[in-house]
Design a protein around this ligand. Sequence first.
Ligand code: URP
Ligand code: ZN
Ligand code: ZN
Length: 486
Amino acid sequence: MSARTVIKGGTIVTADRSYDADVAIEGGKIVEIGQNLSGGKVLDAEGCYVMPGGIDPHVHLEMPFMGTHSADDFESGTRAGLAGGTTMVVDFCLPSPGQSMLEALEAWHAKSKRACADYSFHMAVTWWSEQIFDEMQMVVDHGINSFKHFMAYKGALMVEDDELFDSFRRCAAIGALPMVHAENGDVVATMQQKLLADGITGPEGHGMSRPPEVEGEATNRAIMIADMAGVPLYVVHTSCEQAHEAIRRARQKGMRVYGEPLIQHLVLDESEYRNPSWDHAAQRVMSPPFRDEANQQSLWAGLQAGSLQVVATDHCAFSIEQKRYGIEDFTKIPNGTGGLEDRMPVLWTEGVNTGRLTPNEFVAATSTNIAKILNIYPQKGAVLEGADADLVVWDPEKTKVISAETQQSVVEYNVFEGREVKGLPRYTLSRGEIAVDNGTVCATAGHGKFVTRAPYPEVNKALSKWKEVTAPRKVVRDPENMPACV
Ligand SMILES: NC(=O)NCCC(=O)O
Ligand SMILES: [Zn+2]
Ligand SMILES: [Zn+2]
């Protein structure tokens, strides 16, 4: 029989409510929630909140991209996540053009073997053919129920509208969730060339080439295409009011659209690209770029109002040397920033400690909503008997100053460098195993397991039913009411 652990004296905080109770864990699962539980190893949660571990639905570990690979692998990436209270990540499996999805999936399984925390994959649709159409069902049979589409990165990962529509309809048929990176890749490519021709070669050109309009337009287009395909839609890294407005409007009309702001876009702004240091600015190059304060306010309001549902990182870290590939041309700076270790502490500090979010809303945005959308609730994202014991014992009084010197990520800098956070894990548990103990990371490489995700979440079922009920139907007329044929 596996060892028992009891988390004692804390306040359980879920997406629904907060209450005082102990939590007992056996065999990696929560087995009991109640008062005065005893037996086994005791973890003191006095003064702490006991919450579902964070789920980051958007990371790129060892991602092949822009002529290199993102620097954090599944071991350092998941270790970083655990240090900040995140107990599960979802990475993107990216077939190269012409490559089979199943072959790419094998490669992703091979490189995720040393993960310290549980993980899953979204599959990317990077090219289109009958083979991909057929393989999508097989991918679902392998436990992946979401398919990502890049509307940007022209000439590399980008797919065209007809491919988007075909793929979205396929998602509808197989009970899967399409996701989009929504930026108009054609417009971005043209703007990049114009800026370079005008002599703007530094990282400031990155933001200028991807204004909110390119994101708003693509978000709106993807939403309309998804509606025509009769499928829900998940919009990754929603960074601006234009995109948020499209999501908000669609939801108000009853469409099933989800929006995912990143912690970076919530707290960092476009002034970073005007920093006199080329390295500083280049290290913050990601797509979409950081925006202005009005756009940040829109994202916070979306989380408060429920028009945006989850907070992710898009963790895709590159070393200083890798960022310098673009020293003469901003379009060659590898796009991406880190954030896995910082998402929960920064969101707590800037969200809960400022009164923008309640602790329960924090749990919803960092864990429970994600688990529900990805169809893994209540195995993940819950403090309930029978759920996986992916838990964080959160000390709201614990502080630190974020620094690259002490982080788990392998890169030499941190976009949140120098920021003081208040609210950190006292313990992080991954299926019952203590991965963080009073600030010390003691996670085990290889402990993480692949989490399968079944198709046909309730939202897909409801949408298919509605499409069926409202499908165009022939009017059957009595021949007596028909004029004679001429
Ligand atoms: N976001 C970013 O700049 N890099 C990672 C790839 C992507 O998500 O677009
Ligand atoms: Zn993206
Ligand atoms: Zn991404």
